[in-house]
Write a protein that binds this ligand. Sequence first.
Ligand SMILES: Cc1cc2nc3c(=O)[nH]c(=O)nc-3n(C[C@H](O)[C@H](O)[C@H](O)COP(=O)(O)OP(=O)(O)OC[C@H]3O[C@@H](n4cnc5c(N)ncnc54)[C@H](O)[C@@H]3O)c2cc1C
Length: 364
Amino acid sequence: MNIGIAGAGLLGRLLAWQLLRRGHAVTLFDRDHSEGEQAAARVAAAMLAPYSEAVACEREIFDWGCEAQALWPGLLEQLKADSGFEVYFQQRGSLVVAHPQDRGDLQHFNQRLRAFLPDAMDRIEFVDRARLQTLEPELAERFGEATFLSAEGTLDNRELLMHLAAAIRRLGGQWRERTPVAAVDANRIETDRDIHPFDMVIDARGFGAKPQQPDLRGVRGEVLWVHAPEVRLGRPVRLMHPRYQLYISPKRDSVYVIGATEIESEALTPITVRSSLELQSALYSVHTGFAEAQVLHAYANCRPAFLDNLPRIDISPGLMRVNGLYRHGYLLGPLVLHLALRALEGDVRHRIVRTASDLNVVNR
Ligand SMILES: Cc1cc2nc3c(=O)[nH]c(=O)nc-3n(C[C@H](O)[C@H](O)[C@H](O)COP(=O)(O)OP(=O)(O)OC[C@H]3O[C@@H](n4cnc5c(N)ncnc54)[C@H](O)[C@@H]3O)c2cc1C
C-alpha cells in the first residue's frame, strides 16, 4: 500500500518504520524537522514504569505496560539492524524515595502498591539503607529507605527518535519535514498547499490532532534535560513529595531528564520560572551533585489524552487514527504499534476491546 502518516512523533515513526519493513511505501508529514522537538516524544522522560503508574492509573495500564515492555528489546534489536545504531535501554529497576518529613507519602505509595498489585509483590522490594547502598550508593547518602521496583526501566528517547529517523530514511521512507497538516481524512492528507492521496492514511499527530478529535485533551508536562557528570545514578528515581512527584530518568553519558509537573492545561508555552525553580530545588535535595549540572534543554509539551486516559486505535476504510497515549507512550508504545499493525492488516475482531492483550480498538 501507499501509506501517508501525519505526525512523526513516537507513534508516527514506529509505524512508518514497521510499515516500511513490511514492504509498504510510506510518506511521513510533520510540522517539525526530524529532531522532533515539537513532539511529546522528544520531551518525555521515557520511563518504562508500570508499577509506579499502577498506583495512579487504571489496572489496564499495568497489564498492558508489562506486556509492552517485554517487546522493547526485540524492537530495538531490529532497529539496530536497520539504522546501524543502538538505543540506550535498561530495565534494572527504579527507586522511590522520600525525605524524612515526607515519609508518610512514601508509606502511602507503598500501601497503594500493596492494594493495587497484590499479585505482583515479587517485583517490589522495600529496602533499607544497606540494600540501597548496593543498588545506588549515591542515594544511600541521603535516604535511609526506598521502594525498589525491580522490573522498571527507561530508554533514551532522543536516541530512539534519531535512530528511527535513520531507519526510515534507509528503508526508503519519504519524510516531509516542516509541513503542517491541516486535515487527515480517508485516503488523503491535506497540507496548506496540497492534498495528497494515499491508499491508507494514519493520523498520529498526538495532541495536534485535536481539531479532528475534539474529545482529545492535552495534559501539560515540563521537563529539564541536564548534563550532570558529578552524579552517578544508574536507575530512574522518584521523589515523593506532598505537592508533586519528582522523577529523574538517566540517559547515556550522564544526561538526566527531570520532571514533575502534570498540569491539566493545553498551553504549549515555555516552562515557567516557578516550575523550573521547584524542579531544580527538588533535584538538588536528592543529590547535591546536580548543583553543577548544565541545563541542556527546558521543554514543555502536552501529553495527548482522552477522558479515560487510555489509548485508542480508531480504524475505518482508508483511515486510522492512533492517539491518547497520555503519559504512557513509551510504556505502551510497542503494544499499540503491534495492535495498530494488526488492525491495518484487517485483524480487528472486536468493536471495543479492553483485555490484557487488546487496547481500545474501534472499528467503524
Ligand atoms: C513531560 C512528558 C513526560 C513524559 N514522560 C513519559 C514517560 O516517562 N514514559 C512514557 O511512557 N511516556 C511519557 N510521556 C508520554 C509520551 O511522550 C507520549 O505518550 C507520546 O509521545 C505520544 O506519542 P504520539 O506519537 O501520539 O505523539 P507525539 O510524540 O506528540 O507526536 C506527535 C507528532 O505530530 C506532529 N504534529 C502535531 N500536529 C501536527 C500537524 N498539524 N501537522 C503536522 N505534524 C503535526 C508533532 O510535531 C509530533 O511530531 C511523557 C510526555 C511528556 C509531555
